[in-house]
Design a protein around this ligand. Structure first.
Ligand SMILES: *Cc1c(COP(=O)(O)O)cnc(C)c1O
Length: 463
């Protein structure tokens, strides 16, 4: 404050202090819009303060989603605040950038050269999965109807899928045939498929980066098994690859893993731009191998915004900024940049895997090599350890770490695992600190064992 300011001015200053303002002396309205307005900076500060009660995103090792963005992303998101993805006639350049991203992904996933890439952005992989599943259902139904066969009992075959596929099945009336995990397996295995597929199978979902274990399912072997089934039983069953995380990891870290459109049986692929695509929250992608694989009946032509635009989406209005940010990241990082970012994460995952393996009580389920930059593990001796992984999650939470524990499906089998995801912005030093806290927690339980508790899952499993 300037020295020559009057006492009155200082009083005014005190009046405008956020935490001395009338609003900050009250409990904020929670059920009803207040009658009168309040100063924006006061409201901003009070809400920002409340948000501090949320977990610290940088210590959230449960999520696959982007929690760090560079300044360019922040600035572009601001520029794009008013851009609506659906208004393709009003924001033609945003629409153009969306289709560039689709082309880039089709190329990244080795779509057949020459064919026009068909796909779109979505709110995330969940919406993309709905669109992919719907296309499978429509194609199956059209084929069955043409043969005069019943179309009332479609099913979808998959391993331990993310909840979006359970939603798809329930919302769109498809039987989900979830193949249980085999002992020691990290995902669907080809030899399990034969017993689950029949003439009503609309497709098989293969996951590149299983949510529970972070490993890739062997898409090429699954495709080969479906080839064999076609020869033996005459069933021609397409694959949709849920590459929510792996779609942005495998092309950079594991170019020799064949999982994408190099396999003729792969009809469509989804990914989350806001996971290892590094874009801010709110963008996913789906790409079909060729335009014919997306049934025309699913595409609506919208003309009342001016122009005549095809749209295939569950939402109508949707923000455009995430899509622009995705394009920015493609240009900003290039293939080399994506490779370096994902490699740094994989190296840190390997570091953590070694630390955890050396601690004693844990058995690694997935060591962070060959698939997603992540580590999953279980207690070697859950009965004799003297603590549960849920206890350990709680203990880590005291230091702010969010590390989920959850039952491996099928849940009734009783195996509980813990998972740490390494993503852009999670540093080696941070993970070394986490390892220290893990070690300290294990030591703590030796002298102060937690009270025994019911073996019911308490920690919520995120995604
Ligand atoms: C995260 C995830 C989803 C859901 O993706 P959102 O972008 O969060 O909607 C689907 N499948 C897999 C394998 C996932 O990891």
């Amino acid at each position: 404050m300037a020295l020559h300011e009057t006492k009155d001015n200082r009083a005014d200053d005190a009046d405008t202090d956020v935490f001395a303002s009338p609003l900050s002396g009250h409990i904020l309205p929670k059920d009803r819009i207040p009658e009168e307005h309040s100063p924006s900076d006061v409201v901003y500060e009070l809400i920002r303060n409340e948000l501090l009660l949320d977990g610290n995103a940088a210590q959230n090792l449960a999520t696959f989603c982007t929690t760090w963005s560079d300044d360019g992303v922040h600035r572009l998101m601001n520029v794009c605040l008013d851009k609506n993805m659906i208004d393709k006639d009003e924001y033609p350049q945003t629409a153009e950038i969306e289709s560039r991203c689709v082309n880039i992904l089709a190329d990244l996933w080795n779509a057949p050269p020459g064919a026009a890439a068909t796909g779109c952005s979505t709110t995330g992989s969940s919406e993309a999965a709905m669109l992919g599943g719907l296309a499978l259902k429509w194609r199956w139904r059209t084929r069955r109807q043409a043969q005069g066969l019943p179309v009332d009992r479609p099913n979808l075959v998959c391993g331990p899928v993310q909840v979006c596929w359970e939603k798809f099945a329930r919302y769109f009336d498809v039987e989900l045939r979830q193949v249980p995990l085999e002992e020691g397996a990290t995902g669907l295995l080809p030899h399990q498929i034969d017993a689950y597929v029949d003439e009503n199978t609309i497709g098989v979902v293969a996951i590149l980066g299983v949510t529970y274990t972070c490993d890739y399912e062997p898409v090429a072997d699954i495709a080969a098994e479906l080839d064999r089934i076609q020869t033996a039983r005459g069933l021609d069953i397409p694959i949709h690859v849920d590459a929510a995380s792996g779609g942005f990891v495998a092309p950079f870290l594991h170019p020799d893993v064949v999982w994408d459109f190099r396999l003729p049986r792969v009809a469509s692929v989804n990914t989350s731009g806001h996971k290892y695509g590094l874009a801010p929250l709110g963008v996913g992608w789906i790409v079909w191998r060729t335009a014919e694989l997306l049934p025309a009946e699913l595409v609506f032509d919208v003309d009342y915004l001016g122009g005549d635009m095809p749209t295939f989406a569950l939402n109508f209005s949707r923000p455009g900024g995430e899509v622009i940010a995705q394009y920015y990241l493609f240009l900003r990082l290039g293939r080399g940049g994506y490779r370096r970012v994902q490699q740094a994460c994989a190296d840190t995952a390997r570091f953590l895997a070694e630390e955890i393996a050396a601690m004693g009580p844990f058995t690694l389920l997935y060591d962070g090599q060959g698939a997603l930059p992540a580590v999953s593990y279980r207690l070697t001796d859950p009965q004799g350890a003297g603590f549960t992984l849920y206890d350990l999650s709680d203990r880590l939470r005291m230091r702010g770490w969010q590390v989920p524990s959850y039952p491996l499906p099928p849940a009734q089998d009783g195996t509980v695992i813990q998972r740490v995801l390494i993503r852009h912005g999670v540093t080696r030093d941070q993970i070394a600190l986490l390892a220290e806290d893990l070690r300290r927690s294990v030591d703590h339980f030796k002298t102060a064992p937690p009270p025994p508790l019911a073996e019911t899952p308490r920690s919520s499993f995120h995604h």
